[in-house]
Design a protein around this ligand. Structure first.
Ligand SMILES: [Cu+2]
Length: 273
C-alpha cells in the first residue's frame, strides 16, 4: 500500500485520497466545488437560523405575526442556490461524464482485461500475447476452471488468470493523439453470482458488476503502486472481506508478473486457487 501522504501533500490535494488516474483530478475538482457550495450553504443558512432566533425572540414579539416575512431575500437566495447548482451540473458534471463516455479508448491502444467478481473475491483474466480473449462459458465454471474457460478455443491458449484478489496493470508511457500519457486500461466487469461493485478509490472508479452483463470501464493510471480494490455493494455476509490488491506496475514488472503466471500454470486454463 502507498505510504500515508504528509499533511502538506494532503492540504495540496484538498484532503482527498491518493490519486493515481488521469481523469481523477477532474473528479476531485468537482468534489471540491460541491464542498465549497455546501460550505457556503452551511454558513448562510446557519447565519440565517441564528438571525431568526434573535429577530423573532418571544420577548420582542409578544404577539404572533400571522403575515410572515415580506422581504425577497429568502426567495432570491433560493434562486441563487439553484443557479449555482445548475452551473455545477451543466458546466462541470455533464462535461465530465461526456468526456468519460466520448473518450473511450480503442482496444488496440489499451490494456484490456476482464475482471470477474464473486462472493467474496476478484479474479482477472488477461488475453495473453495474441491480445484475444478465449471463449468463456458460465456452465463450464468449476473449482478447477473458475472463469469457465473453453479449453478447445485456440484464442484462449495463452490467456492468463490472475491469482484471486491480485490484479495487476502496467503503467506504460505512450503517445496518444500527440500527447505524452500512459496506456489506458479497459476493464470488462462482470459477476458470477450477485451484484458487486468495483471500486478503486485511487483511480476514482466505481462501477457495479452485474451477473449476465459485461460492463466496460476505462481509466488511465498515472502512478505505480499498490492500491486497494474493494467491493462497494453490500453483497453478502463476507462483503467486508471482498477486497483485493490493485497493483500498477512498471512495464518490466508487469511483463515479469504475467510471465510468472503463465509458466507456473504450464499453459491454459490457469487457476491459482
Ligand atoms: Cu461484493
Amino acid at each position: 500500500m502507498q505510504p500515508n501522504p504528509s499533511f502538506l501533500d494532503q492540504l495540496k490535494q484538498g484532503f482527498m485520497p491518493i490519486l493515481a488516474s488521469e481523469h481523477g483530478k477532474d473528479v476531485d475538482h468537482f468534489i471540491l466545488l460541491i464542498h465549497w457550495l455546501m460550505a457556503a450553504l452551511f454558513v448562510g443558512w446557519f447565519g440565517y437560523f441564528c438571525y431568526t432566533l434573535f429577530r423573532f425572540r418571544a420577548s420582542a414579539n409578544p404577539k404572533a405575526d400571522y403575515v410572515g416575512a415580506k422581504g425577497k431575500l429568502a426567495n432570491n437566495a433560493e434562486i441563487a442556490v439553484v443557479i449555482v447548482e445548475a452551473i455545477l451540473l451543466i458546466g462541470f458534471a455533464i462535461p465530465l461524464w461526456a468526456k468519460a463516455v466520448e473518450k473511450y479508448p480503442a482496444d488496440k491502444d489499451a490494456t484490456v482485461i476482464r475482471l470477474i467478481a464473486e462472493q467474496f473475491s476478484w479474479q482477472a483474466r488477461y488475453p495473453g500475447k495474441d491480445g484475444v480473449f478465449g471463449k468463456q462459458e458460465m456452465k463450464l465454471i468449476s473449482d478447477k476452471n473458475p472463469l469457465g474457460y473453453v479449453e478447445s478455443d485456440p484464442a484462449g491458449k495463452d490467456d492468463v488468470n490472475s491469482p484471486p484478489k491480485d490484479i495487476h496493470v502496467p503503467l506504460q508511457p505512450v503517445k496518444l493523439e500527440g500527447r505524452d500519457t500512459f496506456k489506458p486500461v479497459i476493464i470488462h466487469l462482470t459477476s458470477k453470482d450477485v451484484i458487486h461493485s468495483f471500486k478503486v478509490t485511487a483511480m476514482r472508479m466505481t462501477q457495479d458488476c452485474i451477473p449476465g452483463m459485461s460492463i466496460p470501464v476505462h481509466f488511465t493510471p498515472t502512478k505505480v503502486g499498490k492500491f486497494s480494490l474493494t467491493c462497494a455493494q453490500l453483497c453478502g455476509n463476507g462483503h467486508a472481506s471482498m477486497n483485493a490488491m490493485f497493483t500498477v506496475d512498471t512495464p518490466e514488472e508487469f511483463e515479469k508478473w504475467i510471465a510468472e503466471k503463465t509458466s507456473k500454470a504450464g499453459g491454459a486454463p490457469q487457476s491459482f486457487e
